[in-house]
Structures are given as structure tokens and as C-alpha cells.
Design a protein around this ligand. Structure first.
Ligand code: GAL
Length: 969
């Protein structure tokens, strides 16, 4: 009774139309439904569609939901590969089925005609009302509406839906995400009496003269209909000719942009109803190889957003959507690609209001066909044409009235083919006022934008210069060379990273053709689970017994699944800040470059503060002349600012919101800059005399310290058990260390080369230990099992009786690989040393190509606060540019140890690197009573090779001789 092999669209539903508030009664059918889960169609109950079917023994399931989150079946995560044999249009017999039944009451207001709308059923639904078949749904993240007039009756009605997890349509929905079945978006009954407006398409443009234009297509055209925009005092009859065909001038308006999202309520009244829509006046064009909004070129500071909630799956509550969008605004993000499907309609409503540029993407991806050179790819197979056009039409028709939508995207990673061209052609004909986007066909024959993903900066630069390598077809090449360029995906935010953000932004700032990019991706898709003793953690691919899966590749967001910003988001905020501030070295002038596309600086206040080791010493506000978008202003800083210029002082100037915005309160920081240095001069050792030296057993006492005569390492200092230093060249691999550098095809994964070089197994052999003229010389050779390569380290210790100075000189042999992840010195201390205070960059982590959000100053944090709880544990938490580190047993007191140097990094954690590396989930990290400290003399960058280019050359750490100095007190 279910034909799951038909590659066509769903059946029985009405032509698609816009989601609008149409003034007619609606009834939400969300709530608890009766539900029955079967592992396969063969096991599913029969006769469920009949009204009399007895469902009392069935479970209850909330609608909307994904049934996997309510105790039925299990989620499956795959990226490119299909979780079933690639045998289109067939799917396996073991295909989970969810049966839903709802008895609901209906009043008279629906009896004159009604529609039943499903906003999303994943994957294939069959729908019956009161025993009659309404039809089938395909296109999981798109709506389907059925006409139920005549079937609906006063009183109780019975709605039945059978949902199969997989169907021929699954071949069209191979997005990199969890496969999550169910009626996962709203179900609504809508009154739709005869004479009601079926659909409306509002075209609101903006002219160079500062006026708005309006054209309204009403379907069907209605004699007597009127349109008005009360805030503009605009009223006009809407009878066929007047507005349907020609745009009318509505007078001077405030244009809509993401920076200034002015909306006007528009009302359309007919004798039967009043429709209400928010319109934004804006015009999108492509001119001079640039996307322009209202004549102004845009710069996208974008993210790709999937829909995900850690406890609910793809059913995302509206409050979460709002929180996400506000977080984006707070982090200077202005654009969203709805990867890779139509989002819940609420997102677009909120994006209109808060201000985002949306690339609205069709629910379409066939990436798994790439295996086998795209043979049978639906993009090129005629039997899929109708389904693909249907998907595109339902996307465009649903969302066409949202000013935030500026581009339609045909889908993601679906190869090439005539069906894509047909989707684009239909879209252009239906909505010539927006742009068409698709990344997968690099010849760009039917799109308005040249879009690529994960290109390395050097290739992006060539495109910026319009010097990319030519296409074989000269006409196509000319077409493409004159298209604007975006990176619809770049910098893969998986685990610790992404590194190298700044390099891209510098190019976007330099070349007008480069109009920014969309980070992959916004949110991690972790699923919240609990250990037997109740500790929460996020699960990923493979944690649900999936036969095939792609592990933690689904954990690659700038925020955790429960919306906690990762360090990468803070860096992104800094890198894309819409204002470039800089202060001269003498603290006398501030330069403000306004990088907004539209806004001047009048919504901002400028504040300054000067800090020293003892805390904030002075602060104030600055008067900055209002600076127009694209302009630059120089400001002479008041005397009270530069009077503070001194060693060990840091000046910070911030631009903050002057007044509350819908997405952040007054005082929220938008951009900042710093000058000065917190670094204290390293105190010279006091007179180094002849320290007390004594041997006892295997221990050598040397001034305030004891050393092991077996290893040459410290065993105590000032009576505190302090072990180390021990050379380490390894870090617990980040997801990017485990990645394949896209920019160097065929190059091995860095973590593999480091493991092959034996770095995790580095061990020392004391070669010599001698004291002479009050100095202790320790020479250790570090090597790895099997291999001959090694590193010799000469440690030279001096003391004045209280403090100790360590100089380490490191000489590597030949035979190491191209890079090392770090050159660090490990120490172990009692776990009570759990508080760190440091001078350098903070408060967050920083690696050579990340940490743009870190500021110079004086910081403190506990062991716990130093960690970034990445879902798959990995290297994290390094604080950089440090000149002084104090470790203490209590915040602001207790016993303490101080390390002073010039520019080192440190990590401090309550577990070893081995434990960190072996851990698969956060509960695997268990403190063992030791504080593990690593002082790094040098660190390798992070890059973004989990998907994209690896660490760029300036941030690579090559094996080489090096010296490191630190003073312990
Ligand atoms: C892209 C793809 C995304 C995601 C990303 C890696 O190729 O479009 O959906 O898979 O790679 O996380």
C-alpha cells in the first residue's frame, strides 16, 4: 500500500503557496498523537487508516518530533555515504515505519472549506482523513497541503499518517546530518472557504531616489481587494491591473537591509479576509561582478545553519531559533545559508525582523552518487525532473515574501545535470528579482554567483583578481569571470579551530569581487546522552550502533548543540567585526574605519580603558564623529588616555552599542582594538652564588630544588612536589590534525605523520648531569622507539637560593618529519594547584592561527575554566603570549609557583595528554589528582584540514634548534 520506489513528487497535495497570516481560522494539530513504530513495512499493522482501528494500545508521541528522540528506533549519522545500498529508487526492506493517528474536534468555522498543512514529514508520508486517502508527501523539509473540504465534519475527525523513514526520495536528501524520521514540523488545519485568497506574492523594491515600489500578485485576482501600508499612509485598490502587473511608487521609505531591517506591515483586504505581511523594500542586483542590495555591494559574514536540538533532533523550538539568531547578531554575523534545506518558516520571519541575508536552499542533496562518478545522479536523470522541480517550487512559493531571502539555492552537492538547469530556469521565471545559487557546477551556467567551498586563500585571491584558471568554453568562462564570488562554505569549525580565518577576511576586504563566505557550520549536531551515573555528554555518529556512520564529523559547529559559543565563534566575531579600529603606538590617535555596508556609526558608543597588573586604572568614553559606511575617521585621543602610556599598561578601545537593540543590550561590544603590552621585564636572577648542593640516594638538592639523579628532572621546588621538565613534541590530535589538507592533495594527515614519527612515545635518557660554578647542567637525549632520530636538550639551571632560572637548548637530529605539533616542557604538580593567573593573551585559548578574540591583559582561571569541553576531547585551552604564569592552590592565595618568561604558551589540565587522546567523549576525562602543566616554547598552528586547507606556512612549526628560558619562583 505504500509505493516507496516512485521517484516522483508526492501526490494529492495542492499547488504550493506562501506561508502568510491570512486572517482565517487555523487549528494547530500539534500535540500528543497515537503512535506505533515498526522496524519494517512488513511488520507494520494493517488497516490503520480506518476510523474504527483500535489504537488504544499504541504509544503516544508528541507531534512535531523525530521519533528517534522518543524511544523508537535510533538516529543514524552519515555524511556523504547513504546508510543503505546505493540502488535507486529502492530502499531496503528493513525500513522503519511510524504510524500516527489523531482524533480531533472541528468547529463550524472549518466546514466551508479547509486545508490540512504538514510543514515537514521525514521522509515519506501517506495521509488519510476520516478513512479517505488524501495523498502522499515527499520533500521532508518542505510543506504539503491537502484540500480537506468536504471530508472534514463537525465534531470528531480522524487523521492518520504512515511515515516511512526511507523512500526513493531519500536519494534526494543525502545531507551531512542525522537521518531523523517523523512528522517533525507543525501540522495545521486552515480554514479556506470558497472565495479565500489562495496565494500572494509581494514585490517590494527600493529605488535610487529613496522610494519604495510595490507590486502585489494576488491569486486569484479579486475584484474589490485593497492593499495598504498604514505606516506609509499608502492605500490602493488591488483589482487586476493596478498592482498585479505594474509596480507602484509608495513614496519615500526606509529601505530594508540586514543592518537596518525596516519592515512595514502590509495589509490586503478582500471581502472575506485580511492578510498581513511584513514587507521590506530592497532591490538585489548583480552589477560589476558584485551582488548589490539597494545599489550597495554586500559583504557576507555568514554561517551555514542546520536545524538541530540536542534533545529533540530537527524539531527546533521557536525560542531556540530566536536565541540562535540573537547569538549570531551578537557575533557580527549577517548572513545565513539554510544548509541544506528550507528551514522552519519561523526562521525567515525572525530573520526579516532581526536582519539577515538568507540563501534559502532547496531540500536537495545527492552527494552519495559521487561514489561511481555520479552514475545515475538524480540531477541528470529525467525520471527525477518532476520531483526536483516540485521541491524548488515549494521552496520558492513558501518563502517568496521574505525580504531576508536574497538568493535561492538549488541544493547542495548534487553534481551536475539538466534538472538543475530546469530548477534554475523555473526559479528565474517565477522570481526574476532574486539571485540563483548552486555550488556544485563550477562552470556556473545557470547561476548568478560563482560559489565554491573550502578553497585555499591563494585560490580565492586568484578569483578576487579575476585571474582564476579559465574554463574550456570561452563563453562560459567570460560569464563566470564576471560573476560575483562567495565561499558558500569555508573554514570548517570542527573541534579546536578553525585556523586561518584572518587570511580569508583580508582577501574579502581587498577584492570587491569577493563578497565573503559562510562558515561551516553554525551548530554542532551532538545528541545529549547520559552516563549510567547521570553525567551528560554529547553523542555523535557510531554512538547508536549504526552500521555505517561518519563519527564525529557531525560535530563541526561554532556553537555546541546546547548553544554555547566555541572559541571559533569568538574569533569569527573579531575577524568579521564591522569596524576596524586602530590606535597609534603613542596612544594619541584612534582610526575608525567603518566597514558596515549601510550603517554609519551613530548607533555606537566608543569607550576606552587602561589596565595594569593591578586591574583597571582609568577608563572613559570617546567622542567619535559619526562616520558613514565605508568611510574612515581619525580621532585625537584625549590627554587622559595618552597620559597613561607606560610600560606594562594596556589600552583597549571598544565600540559598543549605544542603545538597546532587539538582539543585544546597550553596551554590547561590536569591535575593539588594543595597544601596549602587559609584559613585565623578567627579573634578573639575584646574585647567583654557590647554592647548597647535596646528594642523598637518587636525589640531588640544588638550592630550593631537588632533582632526580636518575632522570635529571626536578622532583621538588620550594618543598612542592614538582616534576619536570620533560620534553614533549606531541599534542592530543585535534580534528584538524586528523584532517587531510585539501590544499595539498595526497598529503598525509598531520596526526598520522606525528604518530608515525613516534612523537607520542618520546622518551628521555639522561646523558649527563654536572654542577659547576653554581650551575647545574643536565643533558637529556629524547628519542622514540625503533627510530634513530632524537632531540638533545641541554638544561642549564641557576639559582640565587630562592628562585631558579632554567635555560633549555634543544638540538634535533635529522630524520624528523616536516612539522612538530609543539615544542613543550611537561611538568606535573599536585592536583591542588588548580588556579592559574597569567599575563599575556586571554581569557580564552590562542594558537598561532586562532585566538584573534584573545586580548592582552591579566587573567585568571581554574583548571576547569581553562578547558574547552570539545565533544570529542582533543588538544585545547592553550593560553599564548604569556610572560608570567602563577599556579596556586586557591584563587588569590594558598601556596603558589610562578613561571616567568618572554612569550610562551601553557596548558594546564587535570588529566594527561594520553588520557585526553584516548577519550572519545567528555565523561572519559577523569581527573587523577595531578595537575599537568605544559610550557610551550613553540606551537604549530591549527588550520582547517578537517575539511579544507591545513596550517598555512607562516604558522607551521618545523623541527629546528630552539632555546627557551623560564624563571621559577
Ligand atoms: C561540505 C558539505 C557540507 C558538510 C561539509 C563538511 O562538502 O556541503 O554539508 O558535509 O562539507 O562538514
Amino acid at each position: 500500500m505504500m509505493d516507496l520506489t516512485n521517484p516522483g513528487p508526492g501526490t494529492g497535495s495542492l499547488p504550493p503557496r506562501a506561508h502568510v497570516e491570512d486572517g482565517l481560522p487555523t487549528l494547530s494539530l500539534n500535540g500528543d498523537w497515537r503512535f506505533h513504530y515498526s522496524d519494517s513495512l512488513a511488520q507494520a499493522p494493517e488497516g490503520i487508516e480506518s476510523e474504527g482501528f483500535n489504537d488504544v494500545v499504541w504509544d503516544c508521541l508528541p507531534v512535531p518530533s523525530n521519533w528517534n528522540f522518543h524511544g523508537h528506533g535510533a538516529p543514524v549519522y552519515t555524511n556523504v555515504q547513504f546508510p543503505f545500498p546505493l540502488d535507486p529508487p529502492f530502499v531496503p526492506d528493513a525500513n522503519p515505519v511510524g504510524d500516527y493517528r489523531l482524533a480531533f474536534e472541528v468547529g463550524a468555522e472549518f466546514l466551508a472549506g479547509a486545508l490540512l498543512r504538514f510543514d515537514g514529514i521525514d521522509n515519506a508520508g501517506t495521509v488519510w482523513l476520516n478513512g479517505a486517502l488524501l495523498g502522499t508527501t515527499r520533500g521532508s523539509k518542505l510543506p504539503a497541503e491537502f484540500d480537506v473540504s468536504g471530508l472534514l465534519r463537525l465534531g470528531t475527525n480522524v487523521l492518520v499518517v504512515r511515515v516511512a523513514q526511507f523512500s526513493a526520495a531519500s536519494y534526494l536528501e543525502d545531507q551531512d546530518a542525522w537521518w531523523l524520521p517523523g512528522i517533525f514540523r507543525d501540522v495545521t488545519l486552515l480554514a479556506h472557504p470558497a472565495g479565500a485568497v489562495r496565494d500572494v506574492f509581494v514585490h517590494a523594491g527600493y529605488t535610487a531616489a529613496g522610494t519604495g515600489t510595490l507590486r502585489v500578485e494576488l491569486d486569484p485576482p479579486m475584484p474589490g481587494a485593497k492593499v495598504e501600508i498604514p505606516a506609509l499612509g499608502f492605500k490602493a485598490p488591488l483589482n487586476g491591473a493596478a498592482l498585479q502587473g505594474t509596480a507602484l511608487d509608495v513614496g519615500v521609505v526606509k529601505p530594508w537591509s540586514a543592518e537596518s531591517p525596516s519592515l512595514y506591515e502590509l495589509r490586503i483586504s478582500t471581502p472575506a479576509q485580511t492578510l498581513r505581511l511584513n514587507v521590506g523594500f530592497r532591490t538585489i542586483t548583480v552589477q560589476d561582478a558584485q551582488i548589490k542590495l539597494n545599489g550597495v555591494p554586500l559583504l557576507f559574514r555568514g554561517v551555514n545553519r542546520h536545524e538541530h536540538n540536542p534533545d529533540l533532533g530537527r524539531t527546533v523550538p521557536a525560542e531556540q531559533v530566536l536565541r540562535e539568531l540573537k547569538l549570531m547578531k551578537q557575533h557580527n554575523i549577517n548572513a545565513i545559508r539554510t544548509a541544506h534545506y528550507a528551514p522552519h518558516p519561523f526562521l525567515l520571519q525572525a530573520a526579516d525582523e532581526l536582519g539577515f541575508y538568507i540563501i534559502d536552499e532547496c531540500d536537495y542533496e545527492t552527494h552519495g552518487f559521487e561514489d561511481g562518478q555520479w552514475a545515475g545522479n538524480p540531477s541528470a536523470e529525467p525520471q527525477y525532473r518532476a520531483a526536483l522541480l516540485d521541491r524548488m517550487q515549494r521552496l520558492v512559493e513558501r518563502d517568496k515574501n521574505h525580504p531576508c531571502v536574497i538568493m535561492w539555492s538549488l541544493g547542495n552537492e548534487s553534481g551536475k545535470g539538466e534538472n538543475l538547469a530546469a530548477m534554475a530556469e523555473w526559479t528565474k521565471a517565477r522570481d526574476p528579482e532574486r539571485l540563483v545559487h548552486y555550488e556544485g557546477d563550477w562552470a556556473c551556467p545557470y547561476v548568478d554567483v560563482y560559489s565554491r567551498m573550502y578553497l585555499k586563500p591563494a585560490d580565492v585571491e586568484l578569483i578576487g583578481r579575476q585571474e582564476e584558471s579559465p574554463l574550456p568554453d570561452a563563453i562560459q568562462d567570460t560569464h563566470r569571470r564576471n560573476l560575483p564570488f562567495i565561499l558558500c562554505e569555508y573554514v570548517h569549525s570542527m573541534g579546536n579551530g578553525p585556523g586561518g580565518l584572518q587570511e580569508y577576511q583580508d582577501l574579502f576586504d581587498k577584492y570587491p569581487r569577493l563578497q565573503g563566505g559562510f562558515v561551516w557550520e553554525w551548530i554542532e549536531h551532538g545528541i545529549r546522552q547520559h552516563t549510567p551515573d547521570g553525567e551528560a555528554y554529547f553523542a555523535y555518529g557510531g554512538d547508536f550502533g549504526e552500521k555505517v556512520h561518519d563519527g564525529n564529523f557531525v560535530i563541526d559547529g561554532m556553537i555546541s548543540a546546547d548553544l554555547d559559543p566555541r572559541p571559533g565563534l569568538l574569533d569569527y566575531k573579531k575577524v568579521v567585526e564591522p569596524l576596524a579600529l586602530s590606535v597609534s603606538h603613542d596612544w594619541r590617535t584612534l582610526t575608525v574605519r567603518n566597514k558596515y555596508d549601510f550603517l554609519d556609526t551613530s548607533h555606537l558608543a566608543f569607550i576606552w580603558r587602561v589596565e595594569s597588573a593591578s586591574g583597571r586604572i582609568t577608563h572613559g568614553t570617546l567622542l567619535v564623529p559619526v562616520t558613514a559606511a565605508g568611510e574612515q575617521t581619525g580621532v585625537v585621543l584625549p590627554l587622559e588616555v595618552h597620559a597613561e602610556l607606560a610600560a606594562q599598561r594596556v589600552l583597549t578601545i571598544s565600540a559598543v552599542l549605544a542603545t538597546d537593540q532587539p538582539w543585544a543590550p546597550a553596551g554590547h561590544e561590536i569591535a575593539w582594538t588594543q595597544q601596549g603590552s602587559p609584559q613585565a621585564p623578567r627579573p634578573a636572577l639575584l646574585a647567583h652564588g654557590a647554592p647548597d648542593i647535596a646528594r642523598q640516594g637518587h636525589v640531588l638538592s640544588f638550592g630550593p630544588a631537588t632533582f632526580s639523579l636518575m632522570t635529571g628532572e626536578l622532583s621538588s621546588f620550594k618543598g612542592i612536589a614538582l616534576n619536570g621538565p620533560r620534553l614533549t613534541l606531541w599534542r592530543s590530535p585535534t580534528d584538524n590534525d586528523n584532517g587531510k589538507d585539501h590544499a595539498q592533495p595526497g598529503s598525509p594527515r598531520p596526526a598520522t605523520t606525528w604518530e608515525d614519527a613516534g612523537l607520542p612515545l618520546l622518551e628521555g635518557r639522561l646523558q649527563s648531569m654536572a654542577h659547576d660554578a653554581g650551575e647545574l647542567h643536565v643533558r637529556v637525549r629524547y628519542g622514540v622507539p625503533v627510530a634513530r632520530h632524537h632531540v638533545d636538550v641541554d638544561y642549564l639551571w641557576r639559582t640565587d637560593g630562592t628562585a631558579m632560572e632554567l635555560s633549555a637548548n634543544l638540538t634535533p637530529s635529522t630524520g624528523w618529519g616536516r612539522t612538530w605539533p609543539r615544542v613543550g616542557f611537561d611538568f606535573q604538580l599536585p592536583g591542588e594547584f588548580s588556579q592559574a593567573s597569567w599575563t599575556g593573551f586571554g581569557p580564552g585559548q590562542k594558537y598561532p592561527d586562532t585566538g584573534m578574540a584573545a586580548q592582552l591583559g591579566w587573567f585568571s582561571a581554574s583548571l576547569e575554566e581553562l578547558e574547552v569541553p570539545y565533544v570529542r576531547p582533543q588538544e585545547n585551552g592553550a593560553r599564548a603570549g604569556v610572560s608570567q604564569l602563577q599556579l596556586a592552590t586557591e584563587r588569590g592565595g594558598g601556596q603558589s609557583l610562578t613561571f616567568q618568561g618572554t612569550d610562551f604558551s601553557f596548558t594546564l589540565r587535570p588529566w594527561s595528554q594520553e588520557v585526553l587522546s584516548a577519550a572519545r567523549h567528555t565523561p572519559d576525562l577523569v581527573a587523577d589528582g595531578i595537575s599537568y602543566l605544559t610550557l610551550d616554547a613553540a606551537v604549530h598552528g591549527i588550520g582547517t584540514a578537517s575539511c579544507g586547507p591545513g596550517v598555512l606556512p607562516p604558522y607551521q612549526l618545523a623541527p629546528a634548534p630552539l632555546s627557551f628560558k623560564v624563571l621559577l619562583s
